[in-house]
Design a protein. Structure first.
Length: 238
């Protein structure tokens, strides 16, 4: 077990999670992960299937980089230096071949200053229609740049999420851009910031796609939401 995984194990045990979650997360994200479909209209969504986890966040927050880090694939999700490039809901299946355990959904970014009112309205209409009507959606991961913390646009999106009855969880990104002594205070700031939101999950996870920090912990958290039937194909499963 690497130093990062050992640290994540200690963190998970401190949160009351099972010791086996790290193994489950590692195994799950080593399975095939394939692009399923991109949708720009609600009518183009794939039929509901495996449980879904979606990634939301401000433009250029590092969503694509985090998806790539979780799956260990450098080109699975597109990355760009141009904020707002991703303008569709992108669906990826994850799990043993023929037995998807999860569907990962990359949502369009929000909060870019150059976005027009029309574009913001289109984003809100598409994403809210998905969030409110997707029965297989298990959790929304709201990504926050650790350097900047929760912004007004993040709180506005979380207010919208509070109305959907879908649980969401804050994940800090780009912690490698902070000094080591700054990470804990940013975590506490985020914990305090989400207290005003009724549907927010109380656990905040800090990650770095560059250094791999928090990746094992986040994999374990996501694996706990997967279809348990898929784990029948895990070596050593009963």
């Amino acid at each position: 077990m690497s130093d990062e995984e050992e640290a994540a194990k200690v963190a998970l045990e401190g949160k009351g999670l099972l010791k086996g979650d790290l193994d489950a997360g590692r195994w799950l994200f080593a399975q095939p992960c394939d692009f399923l479909r991109g949708a720009t209209e609600i009518g183009n969504l794939p039929p509901p299937g495996a449980p879904e986890i979606c990634f939301a966040g401000r433009s250029n927050v590092g969503k694509s980089s985090l998806v790539n880090a979780l799956t260990g694939r450098n080109t699975l999700a597109r990355t760009s230096n141009t904020p707002g490039r991703t303008q569709e809901l992108n669906f990826f299946t994850l799990g043993p071949k023929g037995y998807p355990a999860l569907t990962l959904v990359d949502l369009p970014g929000y909060g870019y200053a150059r976005e027009t009112r029309t574009r913001v309205e289109q984003w809100t209409k598409l994403v809210m229609a998905y969030l409110q009507g997707r029965v297989v959606l298990q959790r929304v991961l709201v990504l926050i740049d650790a350097r900047h913390g929760l912004k007004d646009s993040d709180h506005e999106v979380m207010k919208l999420l509070d109305t959907t009855a879908v649980s969401y969880q804050v994940v800090l990104t780009k912690t490698d851009k902070l000094k080591a002594t700054e990470v804990a205070p940013r975590l506490e700031e985020a914990r305090q910031g989400i207290r005003r939101h009724v549907a927010a999950h109380p656990m905040v996870i800090a990650t770095s796609s560059v250094r791999g920090e928090g990746i094992a912990e986040l994999r374990a958290e996501i694996a706990s939401l997967a279809d348990p039937e898929a784990f029948r194909y895990k070596p050593g499963a009963v």
